[in-house]
Structure formats: C-alpha cells, structure tokens
Design a protein around this ligand. Structure first.
Ligand code: NAP
Length: 325
C-alpha cells in the first residue's frame, strides 16, 4: 500500500515570516538545510548553526532569490565551549528567537567509543547535551519572543521494538561502565531528546514557549556516511533499493516545519511528532502522526525526564533553573 507522507498545509506554507528569526543547527546538509530553506523561502531570517561554517556558506548559496535572509554562525554541538560561544554571539546580535530547530545529529558507525573534549560519549553529546545547553542558554530569548517554539530532532529508533525498548542508563549516560554499541548509543540519545522536549514543555507551561520532539522520516541525507569502508559500500548499494520507502530531505523537513510554524502544534507542547515511516517496528506507528504517542514507555516517563534534566544541568555546568510555573 502506498505510504502517505505528512506535509505542511497551505496555510502553514504560506505564512509570512518577515521579521522573525530562527536557528537551525546542522543546517549545512540534509534535513536541516531543507528546514532552513523553507524558513528563508517564507521570508524569515535563519541563523545556520554549523560546525563547518564554510559548508554552511556553500549550502546557503542555493538560497539565492528566496525572500528571507540567512547568516552562518559556528556551533559545534559536541563542544560545550563552542555552544556557549554561539549562544553569546547570537544574543549579542539578536534580541528575538521565534524558533529553535535542534536538528544536528550523528551516529557512530565505526564501533569504537568516542568521547568529546568535555568527556561525553559523542552521539549523546551532539544530539542531546549540546542541544540541551544551547536551548537552556537561549530560553530567556525564546521567552522574550513568545509565542515561540523549540523542536528537537529525535528518531524512530528511540521507539525500538515491542521486545526491546531503548532506555536511558541514567547511571551511565556516557558509557563508562558498559560495552559500547554505536547504535545503542544513538537510540539512547534519541530517547533523551523525546524526554527533554516533554520535560521542557512542562517547565515552560504558561510562558508561550512550546517544545516538540520530531522523527523526520528516513531521509536520503548524508546521515551515517562516516562509517567504515564496507559500511559505506553497503549503504551505496542499498540506497537505490530503499528509494521507495525513504524520503527526500524536503519531505523529511516537513515535521520540524510543522512544529515550528503550524497553528496546531502549540496545542500539543511537549509531544512527539513523526513523519510516517516504514522503520517503526510497531505496526500501528507506521503512519506516524502530528502528534503521535511514542510506543516506548521509557520515552514518556516524566520521572526519568526530570532526573535526566537535573543531571544535565550539573553535567553541562549550569545552575538549576528557578521554577517558572
Ligand atoms: N537520515 C535519517 O533517516 C534520519 C532518521 C531519523 C533521524 N534523523 C536525524 O535527523 C537529523 C538530521 O540528520 P540528516 O539526516 O539531515 O543527516 P546529515 O545530512 O548528516 O545532517 C546532519 C547535520 O548535523 C551536523 N552535525 C553533526 N555533528 C555535529 C556537531 N558536532 N556540531 C554541529 N553540527 C553537527 C552535520 O554537520 P557536518 O556536515 O559538519 O557533519 C550536518 O549538518 C539528525 O539529528 C539525525 O539524527 C535522521
């Protein structure tokens, strides 16, 4: 049966974003680039937060002729100092932030545990800890701009299967006491993103800032291209075969765009939004949903979410927030 993809509706697609400011992390390629492109197309100003600024500049050349504007600023999500520098540089220059798309991510296909200079396991560092610090540092700006939004990119893999649901090892988030598996680290990092969006929505209730986690679909992006040679060959062979079940980067950007722009999304702050995906192991999830309930109970446990966030404050060197509610 043909798969129905979710796509932003006409009202959302034609909103005039003149005067608005967005940040999209990891926007030099793939889903992030197409997210940024649509925001610029609609007249917004997009700050492309990229670890390789030259790649960001190169990618942004394709925005020529679009209504909006962009700038490329350096942000390495695997480096807390770089995230702080980015946030300082952004707030020095901009006094509004309508939407923050925490899109950057990576998976370690090489198999060996890699640590960032801050001591985090690399996968969770980029997908979660870097975005956690970035979001917390920009919360005042998001609140001052409210209504405003934050969408963090998760993945279908956070859901696992009915027999094997990924869960966060809160006592060993950085894989110091267990055997390392790149895929398990990726699944756990993406559980963390779903939990963070839910916790933040709860914490920010009444502020006008909405938060979401997103599965973008199976994007034909550069994702996972840094694996071993046999892995890269296998992926190159597989790519044409998966064409009919995977998505273009533009299709994969739709869910983040819906969260950032649609009138409906803020009614579901904290929720998980998903493109349809053949990769769900639970049949009833394959159609995705804007929003949908994650089938993984470990990704909706608010006690775990609050513990994760409390630990994260400590781990990234921030003071715990004073209650906003
Ligand atoms: N592709 C899929 O099917 C799929 C499925 C589910 C979820 N996702 C998620 O979708 C998001 C976007 O991925 P994609 O598919 O568009 O892949 P992609 O083309 O590889 O894009 C990933 C982006 O993240 C950036 N990035 C990686 N490490 C970074 C770091 N330390 N600091 C800053 N930026 C960093 C990359 O920058 P460089 O170019 O410098 O590496 C790139 O711009 C990721 O969060 C991914 O986990 C993808």
């Amino acid at each position: 049966m043909a798969r129905t993809r979710h796509a932003i509706d006409e009202a959302t697609r034609s909103k005039d974003l003149t005067g608005t400011t967005y940040i999209v992390t990891g926007s030099n390629s793939g889903v992030g680039l197409e997210t940024a492109r649509q925001l610029v197309r609609q007249g917004g100003h997009v700050v492309m937060a990229c670890r390789r600024t030259e790649a960001g500049e190169q990618a942004a050349r394709s925005f020529v002729g679009l209504d909006g504007t962009h700038e490329v600023m350096r942000a390495d999500l695997a480096d807390l100092a770089s995230v702080r520098e980015f946030a300082d540089a952004f707030t020095a220059k901009h006094d509004r932030l309508d939407g923050l798309a925490c899109n950057a991510g990576m998976v370690n296909m090489r198999g060996d545990l890699e640590r960032t200079k801050d001591g985090f396991e690399s996968t969770i560092a980029v997908s979660y800890f870097g975005h956690f610090l970035l979001t917390e540092l920009l919360l005042d700006t998001l609140k001052a701009t409210a209504p405003s939004r934050m969408a963090i990119v998760s993945s279908v893999v956070h859901a696992g299967s009915p027999k094997n649901r990924p869960q966060l090892a809160l006592d060993d988030l950085n894989h110091e006491r267990r055997d390392f598996s790149g895929m398990r680290a990726y699944c756990e990092a993406k559980v963390a993103t779903v939990l963070y969006a839910a916790e933040l929505a709860d914490r920010l209730e009444g502020t006008g800032v909405s938060t979401f986690s997103v599965h973008p679909g199976w994007a034909r992006s550069n994702f996972g291209s840094g694996g071993s040679l046999p892995m890269r060959i296998a992926m190159a062979i597989m790519r044409p075969l998966t064409r009919f079940v995977s998505d273009t980067n533009e299709q994969s950007a739709q869910t983040t765009l819906h969260c950032l722009l649609s009138d409906d999304a803020p009614r579901h702050s904290g929720a998980y939004f998903s493109q349809s995906s053949v990769l769900y192991r639970d049949k009833e999830c394959k159609d995705g949903g804007w929003p949908m309930e994650t089938p993984n109970p470990n990704a909706k446990n608010m006690d775990t979410a609050r513990q994760l966030v409390a630990m994260s404050y400590d781990l990234v060197g921030l003071d715990s927030p004073s209650p906003t509610k």
